[in-house]
Design a protein around this ligand. Structure first.
Ligand code: KG4
Ligand code: ZN
Length: 349
């Protein structure tokens, strides 16, 4: 996809991400791409609670935004006056955390007399694939993170059809809760996957939720799987931990593959984009790569840095939207409105 018409005033777009527990800032430069980025992860703050504490997240975003913007400006040799627009994550996410980014971005834009634009975090994840890969619309998007699990048909920028989503836990949440109950720390997705490498695939087999023919759905459900793991772990204990981790991970891999395959075959789509923190999982990446190869489908997975929450994807999505006059949603008003729940289908409404 290319945007040949360049609006001279939109040379530098600052992106601000504060939807959850990562403060991300970046600058996208027209014709060049991302020229600077800075990220602060709050994992250490939340680790002792075993999950994100919303109030602590908001307070830390407030502390970090200013220094991170300064870092980005220094890295790129720019000053505030070189910025042409500020993009910020407007939802979905934690209300307080979103508000910190919205207030910061809108105040800055107001002070500099430049537009600000609210970005849908899920769309930013999907569009981040375009930063590194050639991606053509329409494509199938699989978003797998700590907060989201969804399959979406991306028709064009701003136009998405949700084909399926989780009815309970997100897949990353399920990795984290499973890891936690086996004493693997927080967030435990990566540790669980590491442990699973040493497990025996034949020892246990868990359900592939909502994949049976009679009850097939493109929606996902991971809470039952987590309970299966808990019961197995309580019954067999520490010695079987690696085998249980392996069976859990394999159930997740197979569930994703079955649903993605179904969507690709039935929706006449030629490309798959995978995004979100769980896209860092090697067995998931490998299984999807094999599936796509077999089906002749192009696969785009952003690098690990871009898979997790970051400011680059917000700066880039902001720039893309601002290029399209039709979908420009920039505003100079100072209403700090955020959308903690914001479906991809409602982006342009
Ligand atoms: O996208 P992300 O950084 O944050 C959200 O917006 O949720 O995703 C973080 C999630 C966590 O649940 C983490 O455990 C999971 O991604 N994760 C993994 C792996 N690396 C990160 N899950 C499974 N395998 C991994 N290698
Ligand atoms: Zn995210």
């Amino acid at each position: 996809m290319s945007f040949a018409v360049v609006k001279p005033k939109l040379k530098h777009v600052l992106g601000i991400e504060t939807s959850c527990d990562e403060t991300g800032v970046a600058i996208y430069k027209d014709g060049k791409g991302i020229i600077s980025e800075a990220l602060h992860s709050q994992i250490e703050i939340h680790a002792e609670y075993g999950g994100v504490v919303p109030e602590l997240a908001s307070r830390d975003h407030i502390r970090k935004l200013n220094p991170l913007v300064k870092t980005c400006l220094n890295q790129s040799g720019l000053t505030l006056n070189d910025l042409d627009a500020v993009a910020f994550t407007q939802g979905p996410g934690l209300a307080g955390a979103l508000l910190t980014g919205a207030a910061f971005a809108k105040s800055l834009a107001w002070q500099l007399d430049i537009p600000s634009i609210g970005i849908n975090h899920l769309e930013a994840h999907l569009l981040s694939a375009l930063l590194e890969h050639e991606v053509q619309f329409p494509f199938l998007g699989l978003l797998i993170s700590g907060g989201h699990t969804l399959l979406v048909k991306a028709n064009s920028m701003g136009s998405y059809k949700v084909l399926g989503q989780t009815v309970d836990d997100a897949i990353g949440e399920s990795f984290d809760k499973t890891a936690k109950l086996m004493g693997l720390g927080y967030p435990g997705g990566a540790s669980l996957s590491k442990l699973a490498k040493t497990g025996d695939i034949k020892r246990f087999s868990f359900t592939r939720p909502m994949t049976h023919k009679a009850k097939f759905s493109l929606n996902f459900s991971f809470s039952g799987l987590k309970t299966e793991v808990r019961n197995t772990y309580l019954k067999y204990g520490e010695n079987e931990k690696a085998n249980i981790a392996k069976a859990f991970e394999q159930a997740c891999v197979d569930t994703l593959v079955i649903k993605v395959e179904h969507a690709l075959k039935n929706k006449d789509i030629k490309q798959l984009v995978v995004a979100g923190g769980v896209a860092a999982n090697q067995p998931i990446r490998q299984a999807l790569a094999i599936l796509c190869k077999g089906l002749g489908i192009k696969l785009a997975i952003p690098s690990q840095r871009l898979c997790t929450d970051n400011g680059e994807m917000v700066a880039y999505a902001g720039w893309l939207h601002l290029q399209q006059s039709k979908s420009v949603r920039h505003t100079k008003n100072l209403n700090f409105d955020v959308f903690p729940r914001w479906s991809l289908e409602d982006i342009n409404t």
